[in-house]
Ligand binder design. Sequence first.
Ligand SMILES: [Zn+2]
Length: 313
Amino acid sequence: MPSRARDEQQALGGRASTPAAGPNETTVTATDTAWWHRIPRAAKLGALGALIIGGSIATAIDGREAAFADTASGVVHSSDDSIATRSEGPASRATDRQELDAAERAAAKQAAAEQAAAERAAAERAAAERAAAERAAAEQAAAEQAAAERAAAERAAGEQAAAERAAAELAAVEAAANKVVMPLDAGTYSHTSSYGARAGGFHLGTDMGAPRDTPIRAAAAGTVVHAGAGIQGRSSNLISIKHNINGQTFYTWYVHMYDDGVYVTQGQQVAAGDVIGGVGSNGNSTGNHLHFEVHPADGRTIEPLGWLRQHGA
Ligand SMILES: [Zn+2]
């Protein structure tokens, strides 16, 4: 036993060391006030500690001592020193330490669990954001792909349409170039003399009787190569147009117009059906009619009505 504790027990006059008396604090303070106030404060605490050794309130007092140890300084430590002989003190502190360690371990475990949960949540959030970004990127890529395909399809359709338009225009141009029409409109004329041998010689054209100034049309597109007085024994006036029909050269001749019945001039370009003159009875003629001839490239004449039919007029 430390000497201080021994001194305290001597100061108490051996009362506290008598286990039979019991750890009754009330009894001590009520009956021995005089000696109690004479001893130092630190000694009182030590004595109290000694009084309660083995008593029923030891645990409660231990709790107070622990509280003192946490909050107070030198005086309480003196008290601890005075009760160093007790077995409960160090054992209790060890238990506290164990409990504290356990609490710290539990807190650390909880903190680790919370940290892990937070990390899991963050990872899940990041994964969700990544997935959303990938989804968005995929949708964007799909949209761009679709737009590109649409644009390509539109481009292809546009090119096809342009090609078809060009082909149609070419066909139209070719059709127009190769088109052949009757030189007088249906219903405005009647056949009066055919191509070929007849009394008084060979008729080099076909005669189409019609009223004066009935419109005369170019039988096909081409270039006016003569417009004026009769040539090669034909009457005035005479219009000759050179055509290229499906790669073949033809000339069509129009005869017997009066001077005011010639509407075109040499070198003029005409289309099939253009009005080039008006019917007359000029020259070697007995009435208003169109004398119409067709010449292949070699300059001879051919039967005009057959040629017109053959070329779709
Ligand atoms: Zn004739």
